[in-house]
Design a protein around this ligand. Sequence first.
Ligand SMILES: Cc1cc2nc3c(=O)[nH]c(=O)nc-3n(C[C@H](O)[C@H](O)[C@H](O)COP(=O)(O)OP(=O)(O)OC[C@H]3O[C@@H](n4cnc5c(N)ncnc54)[C@H](O)[C@@H]3O)c2cc1C
Length: 502
Amino acid sequence: MRDRGKRGRPVTEPPHLASAGEKQNRTGTGRPHLAVVGAGPAGLAGALAAAARGIRVTLVDAAGQAGGQFYRQPAPALGARRPQALHHQWRTWVRLRDGLDRHRTSGRITHRTDHHVWCVERDCASGRFRVHALLGPAQEEGGTVDADAVLLATGGYERVLPFPGWTLPGVVTAGGAQAMLKGGLVLPGRTAVVAGTGPLLLPVATGLAAAGARVAALVESAGPAALLRRAPALAAQPGKLAEGAGYAARLLRHGVPALVRHTVVAAHGTDRLEAVTVAALDRTGQIRPGGTRRVPCDTLAVGHGMLPHTDLAETLGCTLSGPAVRVDGEQRTDVPGVWAAGEATGVGGAALALAEGHIAGRSVAARLHGTVPDPGRWAAAARTRDRLRKFAAALDAVYAPPAGWAAGVTDDTVVCRCEEVTAGEVRVAAGPLGAGDLRTVKLLTRAGMGWCQGRMCAPAVAGLTGCPLTPGRRPFARPVPLGVLAALPDADGTGPDRNGPD
Ligand SMILES: Cc1cc2nc3c(=O)[nH]c(=O)nc-3n(C[C@H](O)[C@H](O)[C@H](O)COP(=O)(O)OP(=O)(O)OC[C@H]3O[C@@H](n4cnc5c(N)ncnc54)[C@H](O)[C@@H]3O)c2cc1C
């Protein structure tokens, strides 16, 4: 690993304070350089806004194509004739895609696909950044991108809470089902139940039904009363309400029964999923006695909301606000030279991600050119951002997992899938063994010690034990082969870096 500033490059002003002349000297290309991690709506909007204002941008993403989750594209080899049939707001995507193509052709944006970023380092002396990535599907080779500033647009991931049978083949995440459809043009099964909580369930259920699956039920644990309580805040976004009404109409058209204030309490099957048990909830989120039914299906697409991806930001030392990266009005984190946008700063949908990315890109451009940006220039985007953040906060209060979900998790249910740790073992750690935080539960049981490093199981372990859900403080955003670490240059820039910086 590089020395973080003590022995590295010569001391210069941090990039957000440096003049354009200094930038030209440092990058040697005449233009300051921004690394954007994440090519979803936020990262694309940020990259385009910065590139249009004279910044050289390297857009780095783990996926093979731009688009992120919302605009996930089918693999070119599949030869999709009408990919727009699986998408909303296709015109926005066309604008982003064409903008990216234009800037790539002009050399302002370099798009590095299949780059899985495991760490971003900041050199304290120079204020510059080195983005470390694993390349290609195998992720056995390392590569780096050096930049004057970084925009973290890493999106979010799904929270899935355990229940008996959730590890059966045929149980997938709601977003996973969506990704199979959008990215692979395949259905996860013939008869699906879509369940959990959150607005994502609507596009997933309608998308599966439109593509030919029989959606036996949409099971949402939030009830209409929660929606009504937030009605004023929700009604302030007529566009979003219309979107919701559109989904409701599509559910009706496809004959999808919606079971609100219900939850899936068990998945059944021997070798694979055959049915689920759905239970009605009372007003407090507890299961109503006698209110269960069995629904035959071969696919359960389940999700309980989303969480922001904050690993890279945490490694850089950015302060979090709750589960998300904290940013100011310019989308700057509290680490100089690091901006963040999109779901990494709070889950709120693609339109919010676009507005935040745009603001971040403009702010980066001004700061890297050595000027103080005028927020009046992005006033429209800021208004959109503020409205959509309020809307997201209202939705957040509506869509929460049922209060009593943990009570339904039997002791033999696997909670940490990587290390195969059961709910019973987790309960023993927090009960008789006295663990009072997630880290101690992990040390006692190995829950969270596996491949995903607790990203999937930590919310469940927290819910089962009553421990607070604290940031994971993982040094790397993904597992790194020892060979890649060994190949890194020494602190003084010498050593065996095979790939060399950008
Ligand atoms: C699985 C899933 C499915 C979704 N489906 C829908 C949907 O159908 N409809 C809807 O309205 N909303 C959907 N959402 C919500 C949607 O993600 C957001 O509304 C929107 O896409 C957020 O934009 P973003 O740019 O912040 O993040 P994203 O679109 O998630 O983009 C983040 C990008 O960062 C990349 N990335 C993350 N970490 C790294 C790393 N370490 N190294 C390299 N690249 C990295 C990812 O590959 C991704 O391309 C979905 C979310 C998820 C998680």
